[in-house]
Design a protein around this ligand. Structure first.
Ligand code: LIP
Length: 296
C-alpha cells in the first residue's frame, strides 16, 4: 500500500467539516419530527443521514481503498480492522442539535491499525475546529482564526485528586439495567461530600457529545471524561486530539490501561505534569466491583 499522507487527509477532513457545518446550521430540526433508534433518547434526523452521505461520498471518492465506518450506516457485525479507516459521526450530540443547544459537532476520525492518526471535530454553532495529526500536536481554531496549540494553558496544573476536578460524564441512552445503575452510583459518589464517602468533585458536566467532551479534556477545560455506551465514531477523532494534547485514555472499567477504540468504555484524563494515573485509579476505585457491560 502506498504511503499514507496524513496531512492531506487532515486537510480534506477540515474542508468536509466546514461543509457539514453549513448543512447542520441551515437545517431546522425538531424533536417532533426526528426519528428514534434504540429508544426515545436515541435520536436521528434527516440531517445526520444527509451529512453522512456527503462525507462518505467525498471520502470514498478521494480514498477508494480505505474503509469507512459511519454511525448512520453502521450495521451490526461490521468490525474495525487494521486497514486505514475513516470513522465518522455526522452529528455527535444529535439531542443537542434538535434542541438547538449549542454543543453538537461533526466528528471525523482516521485510524491506521486501529490507532487514532487524524482527528477533526467541528462545532459549527461556536465555529470551533479541533484538529490533530499523530505526532504533530493538537490545535483549536476559533472563528477561522489562527490555530492555538492544545492544551490551552501553557503550563497545565498538576492533577491533585478528584476533589479539584471538573468531570465530564454522560447518561447515555440506556435508562435502566446494570449500566444505568452503575452510572447513577458513580455520579453520586463523585459528587458527594468527603464526609459522606464521596470525592466531592468541583462538578459534573453532561455535554451530550463524547467528541466535544474529549475536545474539552484535550483543551484542559475538563479534567476527566468518563463514559460507557458510546461508539468508536464518538471517540476516534477526539482520542487523537486528546493524545496529541498530552492526555491519556484508559478504559471506563477498572484495570485496563490500553482500551480498544471500539471497546465502548472510556476514561480520558487531560495532559498534566503529574497525577494522571492517580486520577484514573481514583475513578476506578469509585467504580469498585461494578462493571460497564456493552457489546462491541
Ligand atoms: C451521543 C454521544 C454521547 C452519548 C449519547 C449519544 P449521538 O452520540 O456522543 O456521548 O452519551 O447517548 O450516543 O447519538 O449524538 O451521535
Amino acid at each position: 500500500m502506498a504511503e499514507i499522507n496524513l496531512q492531506e487527509i487532515h486537510d480534506l477532513l477540515i474542508s468536509i467539516a466546514h461543509e457539514a457545518g453549513r448543512m447542520q446550521m441551515s437545517a431546522t430540526p425538531s424533536y417532533l419530527d426526528s426519528g428514534t433508534k434504540k429508544n426515545s433518547a436515541d435520536l436521528v434526523t434527516e440531517t445526520d443521514q444527509a451529512v453522512e452521505l456527503m462525507v462518505s461520498t467525498k471520502l470514498r471518492t478521494a480514498y477508494p481503498s480505505y474503509s469507512f465506518i459511519g454511525e448512520e450506516t453502521y450495521a451490526p457485525g461490521q468490525t474495525l480492522t487494521d486497514a486505514p479507516t475513516f470513522i465518522v459521526d455526522p452529528i455527535d450530540g444529535t439531542t443537542n442539535f434538535v434542541h438547538a443547544f449549542p454543543a453538537f459537532c461533526i466528528s471525523l476520525g482516521f485510524v491506521v491499525k486501529k490507532a487514532p492518526s487524524v482527528g477533526v471535530i467541528y462545532n459549527p454553532y461556536l465555529d470551533e475546529m479541533y484538529t490533530a495529526i499523530k505526532g504533530k500536536g493538537a490545535f483549536l481554531s476559533r472563528g477561522g482564526e489562527e490555530n492555538i496549540r492544545l492544551p490551552l494553558k501553557k503550563n497545565p496544573e498538576p492533577l491533585k485528586d478528584l476533589s479539584t476536578c471538573l468531570i465530564g460524564a454522560e447518561w447515555g441512552s440506556d435508562r435502566s439495567g446494570g449500566n444505568f445503575e452503575l452510572k447513577c452510583k458513580v455520579f453520586a459518589k463523585l459528587a458527594a461530600s468527603k464526609e459522606d464517602g464521596g470525592a466531592m468533585v468541583h462538578s459534573i458536566r453532561c455535554m451530550g457529545s463524547a467528541a466535544l467532551n474529549l475536545a474539552a479534556v484535550a483543551a484542559g477545560q475538563q479534567d476527566v471524561f468518563w463514559e460507557g455506551g458510546c461508539w468508536a465514531w464518538d471517540v476516534a477523532a477526539g482520542w487523537c486530539i486528546l493524545s496529541e494534547a498530552g492526555g491519556i485514555m484508559a478504559s471506563g472499567n477498572p484495570g485496563d490501561w490500553d482500551p480498544k477504540i471500539d471497546g465502548r468504555k472510556y476514561l480520558a484524563v487531560r495532559g498534566a505534569p503529574s497525577g494522571q494515573k492517580e486520577i484514573v485509579e481514583e475513578i476506578w476505585g469509585i467504580i469498585g466491583e461494578g462493571r460497564l457491560e456493552y457489546e462491541s
